[in-house]
Structure formats: C-alpha cells, structure tokens
Design a protein around this ligand. Structure first.
Ligand code: GLU
Length: 305
C-alpha cells in the first residue's frame, strides 16, 4: 500500500501547480502550495501514508460532519432534521442568495455554511465555549488524537474577515431559525473551522465512519451506527460542495473537503482516507486531492456504485 500511495502522489503531484490557495481568509494563503500528503487507515493498527501526511492544516469545512454528529448526539435526529434539511443545494458553500425566498430548512443542508452554523445551536453546553470544547473533545475521541488544538491565528483571521458567515448567521436569526446570539454561534463555528489536524488524523476519523461508527482496531463503538450512516449519506450527496455530483461519478465514495486543502474520504467497510494539498479549484476542493482520489478509486475499485 505504501508503494502504491507514493506512486499515486508522484503521478498527481503536477496538479498542485493548478488552482489557487484560499485567500478570503488571509491566514490561509500563508501555507505552502507544494504540500501534498495522503494517509490510509484500514482495519490494521498501522496507517499507510506518503508525502506530507503529518503536516498540520486547519480542517475548515471538514469540521461540518462533526458539528452534525454532535448535534445528532445531543439533540436527536428529529430536531436536527427539523432545522436543517439534507438536499444538496447545487450552490457554493457560502451562498447567500436567499433574498427572494424566506430561508427555510429545505434550502440548506449540514455541509454548507448556513446549515453548519445553524447546527451549532443544537450542540449542548452552557456557553458557546463549552459547546466548542465538547466538539473538540469529540474530534479528539474519533481521531484518537488527544493533542488536537485550534490554530489561533486562523481563528482570528476568520473572525476578523468572516463577514459573509456573519451575514448568514444574522439571516438565520432574522428568519427565526436560531434564537441565540449570532456572534456566539459564530464563535463555535469559526473555532471548529480552525482546528488543526493532519491527513493521518482525517484518515482515522474517516475510518470510524467507514466501520459504522466503530474503531476496528480498538473495537470501541464511538458513534452510533445510525448516525454514521446519516453522516455518510449526507457526505455522499453534499460533501464536496457543488462538485458532489461529479465526485460521486468519478470517485464514488462519501467525502468532505475543506478550503484548508483537506479531504476526508470514507470507503464503507474498507478504509478511511485523509488527503492534504492546499491549492483549490473554483468550487473550493483540493485539486490534487481530488485527482489522487480519482486514481486511487480506479486502482482499488473503491466506488460504492
Ligand atoms: N471557515 C470557512 C468558511 O466558513 C470554511 C469554508 C469551507 O471550508 O468550505 O468560510
């Protein structure tokens, strides 16, 4: 497997020259666009990896499945489903062209910013700091990495420049979909996006989702199987922004990308895959990351279809 992954990165490395780094959060444009890493976690204890598999980056939208997970765990499927729908929107992750319609649950899903911001209100905790701390604890548990932490510079940068997200949060409030203070809700969302991790961490988190919520190495059931299934289904239809349909055709597995350049991919019953390459296509997906997944899917016959 290691040889396969090394060859894969060599074959796809030239794609790291394409696309652009996310710059609308200024701090994100400071990363090295040549970084490229992959990690695979299957049923075995040891991971297989190649390239910059242990380089840290911020998870950004890859946090969204875990916001959804904790909202499900804390508030149950019915409340989650009443607040945020599951249909793909076909619009960019930060779209806010709802002006001609009243904002309703049918217009949002948990993998776009509006949906993820709304779901922060269904995480339990006395303060939004408590809610975020519980979210970080959950990610530590799922990744098996106790040292996960927030990149404070990215968090500051998001808070200072996240005007679109601020607009989305206030719109949720204006339409009565959230009751809490919009700034506090945003604190939780921005901090979640700023958690720093590696492709190894993403591979291990994806593995738990791949094995119906169970860590196949320790045997521990970390997530209820029905929640793992819920998340994988939403990842399949909405996880790769408005490129999810094409990704389903070309790669065919549930996955979530983030504008930090990470991709977490779930191969049900087989493995979790983490990738990192920060140059993005126009939709916000890692270009080299997607190319590597396309090739890996063909070589290992990963598509679930
Ligand atoms: N923090 C980013 C934002 O909300 C995350 C976006 C993403 O990765 O899609 O703008």
């Amino acid at each position: 497997m290691k040889r396969l992954l090394e060859n894969l990165l060599n074959d796809c490395r030239h794609y790291t020259a394409d696309g652009r780094l996310a710059s609308y959060i200024p701090e994100l444009s400071k990363v090295d666009r040549n970084d490229f890493g992959i990690s695979v976690a299957n049923g075995a204890k040891e991971l297989s990896f190649a390239g910059d598999h242990d380089k840290k980056f911020t998870m950004q939208s890859v946090a969204k499945p875990f916001i959804l997970l904790l909202a499900l765990m804390d508030s149950g499927e019915e409340r989650v489903h009443d607040l945020v729908g599951v249909e793909s929107t076909g619009k960019p992750f930060d779209a806010f062209n709802y002006s001609d319609l009243a904002l309703k649950r049918d217009h949002i899903n948990p993998m776009i910013n509006t949906g993820a911001i709304a779901l922060c209100t269904l995480i339990k905790g006395e303060t939004y700091k408590d809610r975020f701390d519980r979210l970080l604890d959950l990610m530590k548990k799922v990744s098996g990495n106790e040292s996960l932490e927030v990149d404070e510079a990215v968090f500051r940068s998001e808070t200072e420049t996240g005007n679109k997200n601020r607009a989305l949060a206030y719109m949720l409030k204006a339409y009565g979909m959230i009751e809490d203070d919009a700034e506090e809700v945003l604190y939780c969302y921005f901090r979640a996006c700023s958690i720093r991790m590696t492709a190894d961490d993403l591979a291990k988190m994806a593995r738990v989702l791949a094995f119906r919520g169970k860590d196949p190495v320790s045997g521990e059931q970390i997530i209820r199987p029905e929640y793992a299934r819920y998340i994988n289904a939403v990842l399949m239809t909405c996880g790769m922004y408005d490129g999810s349909g094409e990704f389903a055709v070309k790669v065919g597995i549930p996955a979530k990308s983030g504008v930090g350049g990470g991709i977490m991919a779930v191969v049900p019953g087989r493995m979790g895959i983490g990738l990192y390459s920060p140059a993005l296509d126009s939709k916000g997906n890692s270009i080299a990351g997607i190319k590597a997944l396309e090739k890996l899917s063909r070589e290992l016959d990963l598509s679930i279809y």
